[in-house]
Design a protein around this ligand. Structure first.
Ligand code: 13P
Length: 249
């Protein structure tokens, strides 16, 4: 059975107080829920989030990390810094990092290798833009995103990887992929892993969907056979919505 997980990507939202409050709400409302739950607060909130979630089942993810190990890189946060405060999980390759901060395949490849070198767990995001979907180019784009940043990895390292399909046109737009569109890509990606590694590995990898997942559409997306959970943006900032989504899996 593949691991099912729902992760809230808080992006650049919340502050010290509101983040602590949301964490307490999620912990108390998820006490009797048997699903893997993650939250990804911004860097400055991670230390407190680790402390606040210590006795809960909530896992804390960083939204990013540096491609470099240490040194003169003003403003960057390294894998070892994250580990030193207890953060063992990181999101890499989010489309906002790719498009706004120009993170290309080689930067993302370095980030993944760096995280894995530090034994961190990686959620690797990929997904096509609207123009790629309209031009029917999306299979090619997605193959390239995965091949260029991940398919160089030794098979043994894949037990530290979770994938997240996030079509750019569905992020923060209110326009979600249909369950069939999500399933089509998830199954395509599983085949790619099978071709490049093995069928056994392809069956083991969890693939999450992200992009305008809300309480009213979560169930239909999560019911698809190759969708193993979600990466939730806006709706994860409201504890009731987030819990409703978690309960939909
Ligand atoms: P929304 O759920 O706000 O569309 O964001 C999705 C996302 O980018 C999660 O990483």
């Amino acid at each position: 059975m593949r691991k099912k997980i729902i992760i809230g990507n808080w992006k650049m939202n919340l502050d010290f107080e509101s983040s602590n409050y949301l964490i307490q709400e999620i912990i108390s409302k998820s006490e009797n829920i048997n699903v893997n739950i993650g939250i990804a607060p911004s860097f400055v909130l991670l230390d407190e989030a680790i402390k606040n979630t210590k006795y809960s089942k909530i896992k804390v993810f960083s939204q990013n990390l540096s491609e470099y190990k240490s040194g003169a890189y003003t403003g960057e946060v390294s894998a070892s810094m994250l580990l030193s405060i207890g953060v063992e999980n990181v999101i890499i390759g989010h489309s906002e990092r790719r498009s706004i901060f120009n993170e290309n395949h080689s930067i993302l490849k370095n980030k993944v290798e760096n995280a894995l070198l530090h034994n961190m767990n990686v959620v690797f995001c990929f997904g096509e833009k609207l123009e790629d979907r309209k031009s029917n180019n999306y299979f090619k784009i997605i193959s390239k995103q995965l091949k260029d940043s991940l398919f160089n990895l030794d098979v043994n390292l894949w037990n530290k990887i979770i994938l997240a399909y996030e079509p750019v046109w569905a992020i923060g737009t209110g326009e979600t992929a249909t369950p069939e569109q999500a399933q089509e890509i998830h199954s395509f990606v599983r085949n790619l892993i099978s071709e490049n590694y093995s069928k056994t590995l392809s069956e083991k990898i969890s693939i999450l969907y992200g992009g305008s997942v809300k309480p009213n559409n979560a169930q239909s997306i999560f019911s698809q056979k190759d969708v193993d959970g979600g990466l939730i943006g806006g709706a994860s900032l409201d504890s009731n919505h987030f819990i409703d989504i978690i309960n939909s899996i």
